[in-house]
Design a protein around this ligand. Structure first.
Ligand SMILES: NC(=O)c1ccc[n+]([C@@H]2O[C@H](COP(=O)([O-])OP(=O)(O)OC[C@H]3O[C@@H](n4cnc5c(N)ncnc54)[C@H](O)[C@@H]3O)[C@@H](O)[C@H]2O)c1
Length: 415
């Protein structure tokens, strides 16, 4: 029995899913193929994902492949209630446990409810399902063949678990497939983070100083897009190589202690904790915007912000104002949770088409080969990455050159 906010919201959610589906040609091709071959016949898939239209469409593709689907969110604020309702009402049959804005306790209850089906396969985004399957919900893992992990933070958690000898299942690292991070983390996060900030604030980007913490794939994407809209961009980093890259890309690099004094908009995309802290809040300008697009709401020290403030109030949906003792107001967007999903619509459909094609193909690979795999974090097989890129090019109507036999021989010559 699904747990959702309101089933009457289903028509709006269905429209959203239909809209994105018409811009996801790779998933459409995979869906048609799955409908014939049914690679997941008899298998249960548990999904913890940002529950919105694109992930909903991925669930429909997997259902078409014969799977029973049990789904929940991976963040209390990114669930869209109308999409959850549309999935719960879908005649194909989905079990949905997700409501927007749930408490941390309820969020965990929904994760557990999703796992109670004792899934054969999982899709995780941030590592919460796999974490429960190694702890409190260990018994629900009795049929588990393995799973796919979507995001950088989840991969870090899996790497740490494997290094500690505590990983019990084979997992596929979707994030590090080229068709995922080169496009999703960079162009997807770049565009949708700006979208979330603009949607929440309705303020101008041009002429503002954006301080971007982290110059990884997500940070690079946001820096590129913010500059494109006329912002002055300052990068903070802890990795000397990434810092040089930012300098050579033409950005100013500063430690956060200095950047805190000059920024108008601060965005964290590091996957690290306490990136913006008390000492930074103390020197920020009046009216700054604070946002996070990293996976967890730990990058901006919200507790310190609350402690420092003499007043806190909701100024607008997704904006909380914090008045400092000297009268300055600092504005926190979307409670410091993923601003692109909490205050915007997440990544564009064409981007998630690539990421979710990797997910669908990765799960198919596990369904076929997973029982022979040892517990380990596996890279996505190169053929899957190349197949997804080839379908994308075909959908875009772009052809590329191929190596001749002579060229192949030349490239593989020993001397
Ligand atoms: N918003 C979204 O929709 C979305 C999409 C993809 C990934 N993510 C999340 O965004 C985060 C970043 O992902 P990524 O793929 O860019 O990772 P990445 O590893 O490519 O980049 C992270 C960067 O942050 C830097 N960094 C780490 N700690 C720092 C600190 N304290 N101060 C400054 N810089 C620091 C690292 O050196 C690295 O260059 C992760 O949490 C990931 O899960 C979010």
């Amino acid at each position: 029995m699904s747990i959702i906010h309101d089933i009457n919201l289903a028509p709006s959610g269905k429209d959203k899913i239909d809209w994105v589906a018409s811009y996801m040609p790779i998933l459409n091709e995979i869906r048609a193929d799955f409908a014939v071959r049914k690679p997941f016949a008899g298998l249960k898939i548990a999904m913890s994902i940002h529950l919105e239209a694109k992930t909903a469409y991925l669930a429909k593709v997997l259902r078409e492949g014969g799977a029973e689907i049990y789904m929940t969110g991976c963040n209390p604020l990114s669930t869209q209630d109308d999409v959850a309702a549309a999935m719960a009402a879908d005649p194909a049959g989905f079990e949905v446990y997700a409501r927007h804005g749930v408490s941390d306790e309820e969020y965990t209850e929904h994760l557990k409810a999703t796992l109670a089906c004792c899934p054969d396969l999982i899709i995780d985004d941030g590592g919460d399902l796999i974490s429960l399957l190694h702890g409190e919900c260990r018994d629900y893992g009795k049929n588990l063949i393995g799973g796919c992990e979507e995001t950088t933070t989840g991969i870090h958690r899996l790497q740490a678990r494997e290094a500690a000898g505590l990983l019990n299942y084979p997992m596929i690292d979707v994030n590090d497939a080229d068709c995922k991070h080169l496009f999703d983390n960079r162009y997807g996060t770049g565009q949708s983070t700006l979208d979330g900030i603009m949607n929440a604030t309705n303020l101008i980007v041009a002429g503002k100083t954006f301080v971007i913490a982290g110059y990884g794939w997500c940070g690079k994407g946001l820096a590129m897009r913010a500059r494109g809209m006329g912002a002055v961009v300052v990068i903070t980093e802890i990795d000397p190589i990434k810092a040089i890259e930012a300098v050579m890309d033409g950005f100013t690099v500063l430690p956060m202690d200095e950047a805190a004094r000059v920024g108008d908009v601060f965005v964290t995309l590091t996957g690290c904790a306490d990136v913006i802290r008390r000492e930074h809040f103390e020197v920020m300008k009046d009216g700054v915007l604070l946002a996070n697009s990293g996976h967890f709401d730990v990058e901006i020290d919200k507790a310190a912000l609350r402690e420092l403030s003499v007043e806190a109030w909701v100024r607008k949906p997704n904006i909380e104002g914090f008045r400092m003792p000297d009268g300055r107001v600092l504005n926190l967007l979307a409670e410091g949770r993923l601003v692109n999903l909490a205050a915007g619509n997440g990544h564009p459909a064409e981007i998630m088409d690539m990421s979710f094609a990797i997910q669908a193909k990765g799960l198919e690979y596990l369904a076929k080969n997973g029982k022979a795999l040892k517990p380990h974090l596996y890279a996505v097989p190169r053929e899957i990455d190349e197949e997804v890129a080839a379908i994308k090019l075909r959908a875009l109507g772009i052809t590329i050159d191929t190596l001749s036999e002579e060229q192949k021989a030349y490239m593989s010559k020993v001397e």
